[in-house]
Write a protein that binds this ligand. Sequence first.
Ligand code: AMP
Length: 279
Amino acid sequence: MKTVETIQELRAARAQMQGKLGLVPTMGYLHEGHLSLVEIAHKNSDFVAVSIFVNPSQFGPTGDLDAYPRDLPRDLELLEGAGVDLVWLPSSKIMYPEGFQSWIDVEEITQHLEGAKRPGHFRGVATVVAKLFNATQADMAVFGQKDAQQVAVIKQMVADLNMPIEILVGPTIREKDGLAKSSRNAYLSESEREAATVLNRALLKAEEAFKQGERNGDRLRKIMRDKIKSEKLARLEYVSCAHPRKLNELVQIEKSALLSMAVFMGKTRLIDNLVLEKE
Ligand code: AMP
């Protein structure tokens, strides 16, 4: 496994890999969710590259950038074990040198959900992902359904800007008790960790109602809201029952919907989602 930092090193390493390159962008502190994306990349390409970059431009002013968990030696060990060919570890200086001034704004779908609560977040995400695509010249990239709006934003950007790259999406990997794996789970105290299963439980309860024939957006949102409120340690930021591609809130579900939410457990902000599909 080759590890590179600068754009020049990256380009040289890329030139040696004759074949289809799959990229898995990450912010490190890797877990099985990330590794599942590496597996998908392996199945769909000749070489696999992973980037680790905690992107400052996608964190808000009060975000957890400085506190974001990091463990590079462990990450590299995991990636080596997963048969990754190339790891790119750019610094902030490499990604945003002095004078940097080009940003990508995906306009409409970023008005909803995470985008509405985290102004500027997806501008940072779209820009850094475009840079990762350009620098690696990857043919394919894999993202997790865990960040459903991120997937929608990136697919929109790739289509709008004619980027020559294929986007694949891996399912959300969960702990045994249903909590979606996340680097941020490391922040949770023992009691918060236990209570954090309420996100998945709320989604499943709404899914159950959908299976019983419930199609009303308000009622599905209420089911999730009530469930979250029943957990004392949880503080709800939003629940959503939205159009799966446009991401606007639905009054009534026609065929499918994206259920999603953001919930604070103490200081830790967790997100989760589930797609409803009429059989
Ligand atoms: P992050 O390091 O949190 O920026 O995540 C890097 C990639 O891993 C993103 O495409 C995420 O959607 C994906 N990811 C994070 N958690 C999970 C999970 N539990 N299951 C599947 N993919 C995930």
